[in-house]
Write a protein that binds this ligand. Structure first.
Ligand code: HEC
Ligand code: HEC
Length: 138
């Protein structure tokens, strides 16, 4: 009985089919082409910064970027993001210790437009519009 249990337990731990997890070791990632349009950020740790933007706003890369052309400034959100980088830096230099305390996430918390008061959901505005819509019908 015990043997059966152990063999079942071992069987249960079999990893699912597919390639082994993990991917390439750190530092040996897919090479990224040299950035050619950086006005504020440094090429070092650029991808970590980009991931943090993505998470902070709860968006995908293409919220700010034209697909397959990251250097392009065509999307207005990218230019807004640059202004936000400058603004965040200014805020941080005004702290008594001059350290980085405020990040994109501090305000955005996973949403495109930060709330200005408690309980203010991102969709609240849209819901309100929807409520008023029927009155505008002829
Ligand atoms: C909130 C907006 C925003 C999001 C989301 C975002 N980026 Fe960016 N990205 C920028 C801005 C702004 C720059 C330019 C920074 C500068 O001028 O120093 C940039 C620059 C880049 C560059 C350098 C392009 C070049 O050649 O100059 C790459 C590559 C890039 N982003 C990749 C990504 C990837 C991959 C993601 C998703 C994981 C992502 N970005 C998400 C705003 C964003
Ligand atoms: C001090 C608070 C604060 C910080 C810090 C901050 N933001 Fe914002 N951000 C806002 C507010 C408030 C808005 C909405 C007002 C507006 O649209 O102009 C906004 C709007 C945006 C938008 C436009 C979103 C849309 O739907 O149009 C982008 C893109 C953005 N922020 C990116 C960033 C990035 C990237 C960072 C970090 C480098 C950042 N923000 C840091 C407060 C902040």
């Amino acid at each position: 009985m015990l043997v059966l249990f152990l063999s079942l337990a071992a069987f249960g731990q079999q990893p699912p089919e597919g390639p082994p997890p993990g991917g390439p070791p750190p530092g040996k990632r897919m090479p990224m082409p040299e950035p050619k349009n950086l006005k504020l950020l440094k090429p070092e740790h650029l991808m970590e910064t980009m991931q943090s933007f993505r998470v902070a706003l709860g968006v995908r890369c293409d919220f700010c970027h034209v697909q397959n052309d990251f250097a392009s400034d065509e999307k207005p959100h990218k230019e807004i993001a640059r202004k936000m980088i400058v603004m965040s830096r200014e805020i941080n230099t005004n702290f008594p210790d001059g350290k980085m305390h405020v990040t994109c996430y501090t305000c955005h918390r996973g949403s495109e437009e930060p709330a200005t008061k408690p309980g203010e959901a991102e969709h609240a505005e849209h819901a309100e519009h929807a409520e008023h819509e029927p009155h505008n019908q002829p």
